[in-house]
Structures are given as structure tokens and as C-alpha cells.
Design a protein around this ligand. Structure first.
Ligand SMILES: Nc1ncnc2c1ncn2[C@@H]1O[C@H](COP(=O)(O)OP(=O)(O)OP(=O)(O)O)[C@@H](O)[C@H]1O
Length: 272
């Protein structure tokens, strides 16, 4: 047996290692795209079906095995339909060259600017006590969520955010979703948390904000209509009563960017 294994390893070439690493990386990026979306439930369902199929085959349960095989075929046909948002997103990212990662020169400055705009918007919304709910997408794709709202695809600016949440704006109800440094969609519907121990003061806006962070790695920012309080949710936990500077620091920590506009290493090296 040892001899067989040694022979097998001796046959592995650099190309094979490269091939396997590439496939592993592609799977990893695909997992990031579908993590936290409804598509993951379909995959789990297919996995359970597969196990049941193998077991029924081993136990020679012919009829149940036949039925499971038919169900599996339907499940496989359903894959491109259910995964349609993720597939579209993967192709979009491929087209923009972002599927393979953010790269060395990714927009750190853009992120810093986006955080400044969010801070400015939060301050104005707080002062005027205008309720707002903003979700920041990170690694988990939120296409399921953005498709429940109105697509915007605009650059992040305080003016745009404030405008969306103005009480008479047709988009003020629901959540605004940010993807990378863009306002992706407004008026989106989020899943509500089912936590029983939340404070009674927290209504559906805060419940929705927490809910999305339980279902994905997104961050959500809430401005209370009643009190003007700024809160931030991440991983199902809510941090309340933030001031604008605390909000900026937390966003930098969780989303990227930097506090002071200093030259990055690459700008310094390239001398601009
Ligand atoms: N599932 C949801 N997805 C997105 N937005 C939601 C959802 N549920 C409620 N909202 C938003 O929350 C608003 C209602 O907020 P509500 O007053 O119930 O919450 P709250 O947590 O008490 O917030 P506030 O302190 O601002 O009053 C709705 O008008 C809507 O804009």
C-alpha cells in the first residue's frame, strides 16, 4: 500500500498541483458568492437527496431509489433557475475582473470616501430624526435582497442617501443596500431577526437590521426615527448610541478604508 501511495505522489506534477489549486480557488469564490443566500438551502436539499439515494441503493429499496433519482433530476434542472442571481453576479464580476479578488490596487481611497459620506449622511439623518436602514454587503452576495428593491447603481454620496430616506421619498421604506463603493438598491426587504430577548423599544427597522447580519456577513447601519440614535449591527449583535466618530471607526474596522488621508504604500512607491 505504501508503495502504491509513493508511486501516486511521484506521478504528481507541478501542473497537477496548479490545476487542483485553481479548482479549489474557483470553488472558494463560488462559495463566497452563494454563502448566506437562498441558493445554499437548495444545495443542502440536494445533498440530503444524494445521501438518501446512495443509502436506498445500498439497501436495494428499488422504488424509493427510483423516486429519489427523479427528484434529483428535477433538483439539478432547478440549479440554474435558483442560482440565476449568483450566476449573473459571477459573470458580471468576471467581466469586471473582480472574480479573482480585489487586487493590490483596490479602492482603499474610494472606501475611505464612502465611509466619510456615510458618516455625513448619518449625522444629518440623526439631527433631523429621519429613520434609515443601510446594509453594507461584504463577502456574502446579497442579490436575493437587492432584487426585492429598486436598483440604483449610483456612487455613494451623503446627498443620495439622505434623499432616499426623506419621509416623502418613494424609496424611504425598506433598506438601502451598498455593494463595494456603490448604492446598489433601495427599498429592499430584509429578513427579521427572531431573537426573543430584544429590547421592546426596538421595532421592525432594528429587527430587520439585525436579521440580515444573522443571515450573512453584512453590516447594517440604523438611524432611529424616534430617537435619532445611530446603531450598527454585525453578526447578529447591535451596538447602539454611536456618535459619528465611533461610527466612522467601526466602519473602518469592519469595512476597510483608513482614518486619515495619507498616501498608500503603492502611491508612495509610484510617486504620485
Ligand atoms: N423587513 C424589513 N426590511 C426592511 N425594512 C424594514 C423591514 N421592516 C421594517 N422596515 C423599515 O422600518 C420601518 C418601521 O420601523 P419601526 O418604527 O417599526 O422600527 P424601529 O426599530 O422602532 O425604528 P425607529 O426607532 O426608527 O422607529 C418601516 O417603515 C420600514 O422602512
Amino acid at each position: 500500500m505504501w508503495e502504491g501511495l509513493t508511486n501516486l505522489f511521484a506521478q504528481i506534477t507541478f501542473i497537477d498541483i496548479f490545476d487542483i489549486s485553481l479548482v479549489a480557488f474557483l470553488f472558494y469564490r463560488l462559495t463566497l458568492l452563494i454563502r448566506g443566500t437562498r441558493a445554499i438551502q437548495l444545495l443542502k436539499g440536494l445533498f440530503v437527496l444524494l445521501i438518501a439515494m446512495v443509502l436506498s441503493d445500498r439497501m436495494q429499496l428499488t422504488t424509493i431509489n427510483f423516486l429519489l433519482e427523479q427528484a434529483m433530476t428535477v433538483g439539478i434542472v432547478a440549479i440554474p433557475i435558483v442560482f440565476q442571481p449568483e450566476l449573473r453576479r459571477a459573470l458580471e464580476q468576471l467581466g469586471r475582473g473582480k472574480f479573482f479578488g480585489d487586487g493590490l490596487f483596490s479602492g482603499d481611497e474610494d472606501r475611505t470616501q464612502a465611509i466619510k459620506e456615510l458618516k455625513k449622511a448619518a449625522k444629518v439623518l440623526q439631527t433631523r430624526k429621519i429613520g434609515a436602514l443601510i446594509v453594507i454587503e461584504r463577502k456574502t452576495g446579497l442579490s436575493d435582497i437587492t432584487e426585492t428593491g429598486i436598483q440604483i447603481n449610483g456612487k455613494i454620496s451623503a446627498e443620495l442617501i439622505i434623499n432616499v430616506f426623506m419621509p416623502l421619498s418613494p424609496l424611504h421604506d425598506g433598506a438601502l443596500v451598498l455593494r463595494e463603493n456603490h448604492v446598489k438598491a433601495a427599498g429592499c426587504y430584509l429578513p427579521l431577526t427572531e431573537k426573543p430577548d430584544l429590547s421592546k423599544e426596538l421595532g421592525t427597522r432594528h429587527r430587520a437590521a439585525i436579521g440580515i447580519t444573522e443571515n450573512s456577513d453584512a453590516i447594517s447601519l440604523i438611524i432611529s426615527e424616534e430617537t435619532g440614535a445611530i446603531s450598527l449591527a454585525e453578526g447578529g449583535k447591535l451596538t447602539r448610541y454611536l456618535d459619528e466618530d465611533e461610527l466612522e471607526s467601526l466602519l473602518i474596522k469592519l469595512w476597510g478604508g483608513h482614518e486619515h488621508q495619507s498616501k498608500s504604500f503603492w502611491q508612495w512607491r509610484l510617486g504620485n
